[in-house]
Write a protein that binds this ligand. Structure first.
Ligand SMILES: NC(=O)c1ccc[n+]([C@@H]2O[C@H](COP(=O)([O-])OP(=O)(O)OC[C@H]3O[C@@H](n4cnc5c(N)ncnc54)[C@H](O)[C@@H]3O)[C@@H](O)[C@H]2O)c1
Length: 339
């Protein structure tokens, strides 16, 4: 397949490139490197011994995007490009609506021009908002609690409308739970620019000595050990879900939202213990007050992914921590300078 990948230099994108190149697909990556580096793509080429087209551009640059897409003539698009920091989205909502929503509208218009009718979109479990029940299945009400989540919900609706209006179109809206870990080589991984927002990169930076200690926000939740519980998904399993979604889109028409998670929750303290095992030393952690907006538990119903994509997560918490540590301990400053 010829696949056009927006945001392919990022954390999930780079791992998916390895997966897709390994499966023999031909790729064109478009990225503006606002949160990623060329070095990640150099390493993807090294790991796979394969090359791909690269366009440095912004998805909001309609002319460049349309020309790149039409020139490549893809069979399908995988759309990772987006801003993803929940906190920042509250401070700069218009930036998020412009980048994520306007950018996605441009992308669909460019697909129309290029005659491409298949898309796999990076959505998020954030679209569900507070749990009315658990596990979250795909019919759970959509009620995001921050601008980032609202951009994802809006783009989902836009893609659904586009699919309905476009003959033969097919879309998979992948609602990721909490992607973690790294490629088993340790050559590519998550490289947050600022203080990490998420648990795993924070633990990794404490483990490698970049930060003094982890703050555990709340130990009085209704969970096994009182700390918050999330559905962490190994990024390599997530990459494989994209392959499965591309195959699904090739054989179907219509638009489906599909959870991508393991179906199991891991608590903060369980993750810390698994990371200590992986890195071989203690990780300093202190209990801090709960953060407003945090919930006790979140995990996915996985039956739809199994049924439609014939995919399920294979890697457990040990593989998540071991691969993260391999990446972090051999690249303590990530990829170094961005772009
Ligand atoms: N990592 C997570 O926890 C998570 C969870 C759910 C959903 N997602 C979604 O998955 C996608 C990929 O996430 P990630 O963790 O790999 O993030 P990332 O920031 O590492 O990757 C996003 C990539 O998109 C690029 N990009 C951003 N805006 C762009 C624009 N306007 N034009 C061109 N390129 C642009 C960035 O430079 C980066 O390379 C995002 O859409 C994110 O919202 C991520």
């Amino acid at each position: 397949m010829r696949i056009f990948v927006t945001g392919g230099a990022g954390y999930i994108g780079s791992h998916t490139l390895v997966q897709l190149l390994g499966a023999g697909h031909d790729l064109c990556v478009l990225d503006n490197f606002s949160n990623s580096s060329l070095e990640a793509l150099r390493r993807v080429r090294q790991l796979t011994n394969r090359d791909f087209a690269l366009v440095e551009a912004d998805i909001r640059d309609t002319a460049t995007l349309t020309e790149a897409m039409s020139g490549f003539a893809p069979d399908a698009v995988v759309h990772f490009a987006g801003l993803k920091a929940v906190g920042e989205s509250g401070e700069k909502p218009l930036l998020y609506y412009d980048n994520n929503v306007t950018g996605s509208a441009n992308l669909l218009a460019a697909m129309d021009t290029a005659g491409c009718r298949r898309i796999v979109f990076s959505s998020s479990a954030t679209v569900y908002g507070e749990a009315q029940y658990l596990p979250f299945d795909e019919d759970h009400p959509i009620a995001p609690t921050n601008p980032y989540g609202r951009t994802k919900a809006m783009v989902e609706e836009m893609i659904r409308d586009w699919t309905a209006a476009t003959d033969g179109a097919s879309a998979a809206l992948l609602r990721y739970f909490n992607p973690v870990g790294a490629h088993e080589s340790g050559r590519i991984g998550e490289d947050p620019r600022d203080i990490p927002n998420n648990l795993m990169p924070f633990i990794a930076q404490v483990a490698v000595g970049r930060r003094a200690k982890l703050s555990v926000f709340g130990d009085d939740y209704e969970t096994r050990d009182g700390t918050g519980e999330r559905d962490y998904i190994h990024v390599v399993d997530l990459a494989a879900a994209h392959s499965a979604a591309l195959e699904y889109c090739a054989r179907t028409e219509g638009c489906e939202a599909i959870n991508v998670g393991t179906g199991r929750g891991i608590t903060v303290m369980e993750m810390v213990a698994a990371y200590e095992e992986a890195c071989g030393h203690a990780i300093a952690a202190e209990i801090a007050p709960r953060r407003p907006g945090d919930v006790a538990s979140s995990y996915a119903a996985t039956a739809k992914a199994a049924r439609l994509l014939n995919w399920h997560a294979e890697r457990g918490v040990d593989a998540m921590c071991e691969s993260s540590w391999r990446w972090q301990s051999t690249n303590s400053e990530g990829y170094g300078e961005k772009a």
